[in-house]
Ligand binder design. Structure first.
Ligand SMILES: *[C@@H]1O[C@H](CO)[C@@H](O)[C@H](O)[C@H]1NC(C)=O
Ligand SMILES: *[C@@H]1O[C@H](CO)[C@@H](O)[C@H](O)[C@H]1NC(C)=O
Ligand SMILES: *[C@@H]1O[C@H](CO)[C@@H](O)[C@H](O)[C@H]1NC(C)=O
Ligand SMILES: *[C@@H]1O[C@H](CO)[C@@H](O)[C@H](O)[C@H]1NC(C)=O
Ligand SMILES: *[C@@H]1O[C@H](CO)[C@@H](O)[C@H](O)[C@H]1NC(C)=O
Ligand SMILES: *[C@@H]1O[C@H](CO)[C@@H](O)[C@H](O)[C@H]1NC(C)=O
Ligand SMILES: *[C@@H]1O[C@H](CO)[C@@H](O)[C@H](O)[C@H]1NC(C)=O
Ligand SMILES: *[C@@H]1O[C@H](CO)[C@@H](O)[C@H](O)[C@H]1NC(C)=O
Ligand SMILES: *[C@@H]1O[C@H](CO)[C@@H](O)[C@H](O)[C@H]1NC(C)=O
Ligand SMILES: *[C@@H]1O[C@H](CO)[C@@H](O)[C@H](O)[C@H]1NC(C)=O
Length: 403
């Protein structure tokens, strides 16, 4: 009978711990935004930009602020992030100027005084390395993403689920090669079911980069993607770093125990700044199994002398902005067989403020609670039991208790 009671009290205590911790973690971020998408803002069909240029505007309205995301083609593909402390801020594009040879200042957010932060993430190049042997590596001529033929985003926009896809094709080395950016914006916190299942919140968007049919030019090629960030900052010598957070939990991304976080360079005065976050893994299949996961690594961000070749950069940034860049290298060798399909997908978040951080999953919390809680409960129950026994013995025994 008492064993049964003890069992129940242990079970109850553990359930309570799991419930409390879970509740605390999962209902911590209930912040939501109202998201809306708009294609080529300010341009009413049938007027349309020339082929290769398009602009998707995503507006995420909070209680007293608005986030503007712009996914743009026209040169290297870019994601522009603007944070305003107004719920009424609007995007104004002077298309005549934007499409001209001098697009400076053609994309504005009004009122200008509401703008808190402006940053951009640009995908500039796809590198290919010939891994000659374990110590030597040869850099092949890169694929310049500004030269790709970028397709119209309009066809792929999903206004209900807030997603869109920007695809570019390359025809120099292989006729089928394409690079796609799959963009998703979220109203609230959560995670996609597809691996790597990054945790997102209402202040972040997700970009899934898909490389299709880039036939390797050597028998031992590795690919790498160059990312650049552009930010408005008055201090020229700003340095940044990619921070790596380790975890013991891989429930959502099997076999990956790390998150890499790059907070974009900023002045100390900026309140919410841009960041990107990713897990160091790429997948070889669109529906991957665990053996399709391949590690990737990043180089340290460096300061670059020139802004990336993307039309939206001069259009949005008035003064000379700061540019930083890094390479993400995918550690996978494929043999250049003509008929095999070559596929790679890599996922990152781009957003504002504090990057979302995974607390332990419910599974791990449960295991920890049982692992840590059981001995504790046994100790307490055991202690109480011994005390009770001792007191009983003392009251019936012939010895006086010594205080
Ligand atoms: C915006 O709202 C948050 C909480 O909802 C509050 O902490 C903050 O002070 C507000 N900011 C402004 C500028 O009103
Ligand atoms: C747009 O830019 C063009 C060229 O700079 C200029 O002539 C025109 O007045 C601008 N339009 C508006 C509405 O500002
Ligand atoms: C790697 O390749 C380079 C160039 O072919 C050669 O000089 C070097 O000795 C090789 N190193 C090893 C460890 O094989
Ligand atoms: C987008 O495509 C739809 C049809 O799919 C068309 O009606 C609309 O005019 C297009 N919008 C733009 C901005 O091109
Ligand atoms: C790749 O390997 C195949 C067979 O192993 C060989 O015939 C071919 O010449 C190699 N190609 C290159 C670019 O080294
Ligand atoms: C910004 O913060 C860093 C570190 O916190 C400090 O070293 C630097 O002097 C600050 N810069 C300004 C302009 O306040
Ligand atoms: C990326 O890698 C290439 C080749 O190694 C190098 O030339 C380039 O400077 C790197 N870019 C950045 C931003 O580090
Ligand atoms: C790439 O993978 C090989 C084999 O799996 C491993 O030896 C090497 O250390 C990896 N390199 C990086 C940069 O992860
Ligand atoms: C590649 O595909 C073509 C047409 O689909 C086929 O004729 C050819 O035999 C295939 N080659 C190999 C090596 O599978
Ligand atoms: C998202 O942004 C809003 C407004 O700036 C802020 O109140 C909220 O804490 C942010 N959420 C996270 C998870 O950073």
């Amino acid at each position: 009978m008492s064993a049964f009671k003890a069992y129940y009290s242990i079970y109850f205590t553990l359930s309570l711990i799991v419930y409390c911790v879970n509740g605390f973690v999962w209902h911590g971020d209930t912040f939501t935004r109202k998201v809306s998408l708009e294609m080529n803002p300010g341009l009413t069909p049938p007027s349309a930009p020339p082929p290769g240029i398009s602009m998707l505007h995503a507006r995420a309205l909070g209680r007293n602020d608005t986030l503007h995301f712009l996914l743009c083609s026209g040169g290297a593909p870019a994601l522009m992030l603007i944070h305003t402390h107004s719920t009424e801020s609007i995007l104004k594009v002077n298309w005549t100027k934007f499409l001209s040879s001098d697009p400076v200042g053609s994309v504005k957010v009004e009122p200008e005084s509401s703008v808190q932060y402006r940053g951009a993430l640009v995908f500039t190049r796809l590198w290919e390395y010939d891994e000659v042997n374990s110590t030597a590596q040869e850099v092949l001529s890169p694929y310049e993403l500004q030269d790709f033929a970028w397709e119209d985003v309009n066809k792929t926009v999903d206004y209900t689920h807030h997603t869109a896809q920007l695809c570019g094709r390359h025809t120099y080395y292989s006729s089928q090669a394409s690079l796609c950016l799959h963009f998703s914006l979220y109203e609230s916190s959560g995670r996609e079911t597809a691996w790597p299942g990054l945790l997102h919140n209402a202040n972040s968007s997700q970009l899934r980069i898909l490389l299709k049919d880039f036939i390797p030019r050597t028998n031992q090629s590795h690919f790498g993607l160059e990312l650049q960030t552009v930010s408005e900052a008055s201090e020229p010598g700003l340095q940044t770093q990619v921070h790596i957070h380790k975890s013991i939990d891989d429930e959502y991304t099997p076999s990956i125990f790390q998150v890499s976080e790059w907070v974009w360079p900023h002045d100390n005065s900026s309140s919410t700044v841009g960041f990107s976050q990713w897990k160091p893994v790429v997948y070889k299949k669109s529906v991957p199994a665990i053996e399709d996961a391949v590690p990737c690594s990043h180089s340290e961000p460096i300061s670059l002398p020139q802004a990336p070749p993307s039309r939206i950069i001069p259009a949005c940034f008035a003064q000379n902005p700061l540019t930083h860049g890094l390479n993400v290298t995918f550690n996978m060798t494929t043999v250049p067989t003509p008929n095999s399909t070559h596929f790679l997908s890599w996922t990152m978040l781009a957003g504002f403020g504090t990057p979302p951080s995974d607390f332990f999953s419910s599974l791990v919390i449960g295991i920890m609670a049982i692992g840590l809680g059981t001995p504790l409960v046994l100790l307490v129950v055991g202690g109480v039991y011994i005390c009770v026994r001792k007191r009983k013995r003392d009251t019936f025994g012939q010895y006086e208790s010594i205080n």
